[in-house]
Ligand binder design. Structure first.
Ligand code: HOZ
Length: 425
């Protein structure tokens, strides 16, 4: 028995499913989760000493690779001054100034502890601002595990094939309306049915929790127009795209303005951080200035802020990171596409910048329904083939592959060779 297997056996006795987040359980791809001991640069090492070229990158935040020395030093230094104060600090002011200076339409920002918290708070703010209750979300988009948003959600919910979670009172999702990603008419119909009741439309500007599903040309622009016409708040959930597609996130990448934006782990370089921000007029509804209550002892935690500030400052000083990363993504996923096409397999490659994935289906993927046509059994075989060659992909069809600035072209060429071997079989 490997150390990972032994640890997982112990874990299953004391942690539900042996994991602290469902996708990690390897349930849909089989086998035992690798218990990770450490990570550095592009590699993770498990408790048995196996190393893996990592394409999960903590689900995105390790955009510069794992254990970056500048970020590590900032964290160690911050620890010397104490771990938490539950009081205001200079670092959180710097962090807010940095974000506001770069991101369009973010005049004010509030730090929280996770993407889930950020979205939950942004929704409350949009409701408080508009005085309306209903929200529109898209099937297959994942916005964390707060009650109102666990309706036909992506990510682990989709992997487990559970359209709606148990334990969510019906009343909590009564005001959650579901639309079809990339289908403007499905949103129009909802606005026509509830012209004065919709507080917000929340969207992953690039679907990245049903596999990677980029927005169709004009889709995000149409959401902007509909929100303007009906007086609703447009929320971009940039937990995955924020500071990944570029400093300005999906707003800048696609040239579409949002009213509120949510961020997650990337803001803290992997530490437990989230944030929501947006137009001043809306953010001033948040307590203590306004009536929308939201609070948290660990919000703006000094150590987490030090990590996030170090990462964002590095990115600010090296804006070429984004150009190179997006170019690397275009090259790599382009090569993947060629391999897939040459293999004659029924498969689709989707990508946006450094995010991408392969769906094993003949159907072009543009939303939740089409994503679900993917042969997840074949994904499991693909995942295990890659893992056996030391390549760590998301242990689920319905997640993204994350490239980092640390991945070299040589490493990526090696990945293409291993993929080719799989496609040839
Ligand atoms: N929901 C996360 C991916 N979109 C997975 C989180 C985790 O397992 O760490």
């Amino acid at each position: 028995m490997t150390k990972s297997e032994a640890l997982f056996e112990r874990a299953c006795k004391v942690i539900p499913g042996g994991v602290n987040s469902p996708v990690r359980a390897f349930g849909s791809i089989g086998g035992t989760p690798r218990m990770i001991r450490k990570a550095d640069g592009t590699h993770m090492t498990d408790e048995d000493g196996n190393t893996y070229l990592d394409f999960v990158n903590s689900w995105g935040p390790m955009i510069l690779g794992h254990n970056h020395p500048v970020i590590r030093e900032a964290v160690v230094k911050a620890c010397e001054d104490g771990l938490s104060y539950g009081a205001a600090t200079a670092r959180e002011v710097e962090m807010a100034e940095l974000i506001c200076s770069f991101v369009p339409n973010v005049d004010m920002v509030r730090m929280v502890n996770s993407g889930t918290e950020a979205v939950m708070s942004a929704i409350r703010t949009a409701r408080g601002y508009t005085g309306r209750d209903k929200i529109v979300k898209f099937m297959g988009c994942y916005h964390g595990h707060s009650d109102a948003l666990l309706v036909q959600a992506g990510s682990g919910v989709m992997t487990a094939g559970v359209p709606d979670s148990a334990g969510v009172p019906r009343g909590c999702t009564r005001d959650t309306l579901s639309a079809v990603y990339n289908d403007v008419s499905s949103v129009e119909r909802l606005f026509e049915a509830f012209p004065e009741e919709i507080a917000a439309v929340i969207v992953e500007p690039v679907g990245a929790n049903m596999g990677v599903v980029p927005p169709a040309p004009g889709f995000l622009e149409a959401l902007r127009k509909l929100c303007d016409r009906y007086g609703a708040v447009l929320i971009f959930d940039e937990v995955i795209t924020g500071f990944r597609l570029g400093f300005t996130g999906a707003q800048g990448y696609f040239g579409v303005d949002a009213d509120l934006v949510t961020y997650g782990k990337i803001i803290g370089a992997g530490m437990p951080v989230g944030a929501y921000g947006g137009k001043r007029e809306i953010m001033q509804k948040v307590a203590p200035v306004g009536p929308v209550y939201q609070a948290g002892t660990l919000s703006g935690n000094p150590v987490a802020m030090a990590a996030g500030l170090a990462q964002l400052t590095l990115l600010k000083e090296h804006p070429e990171v984004y150009t190179e990363l997006n170019e690397k993504g275009a090259w790599f996923y382009g090569e993947v596409k060629k391999l897939v096409e040459a293999s004659g397999l029924d498969a689709q490659t989707t990508s946006c910048g450094s995010l991408g994935c392969i769906f094993f289906t003949a159907t072009p993927v543009c939303n939740y329904e089409t994503a679900k046509t993917s042969d997840t059994g074949l994904y499991a075989k693909y995942f295990n083939h890659m893992l056996s060659h030391g390549i760590y992909l998301a242990p689920s069809q319905f997640e993204a592959m994350f490239l980092s600035a640390a991945h070299t072209r040589e490493e990526l060429q090696g990945v293409l060779d291993v993929m080719q071997e799989f496609f040839r079989r």
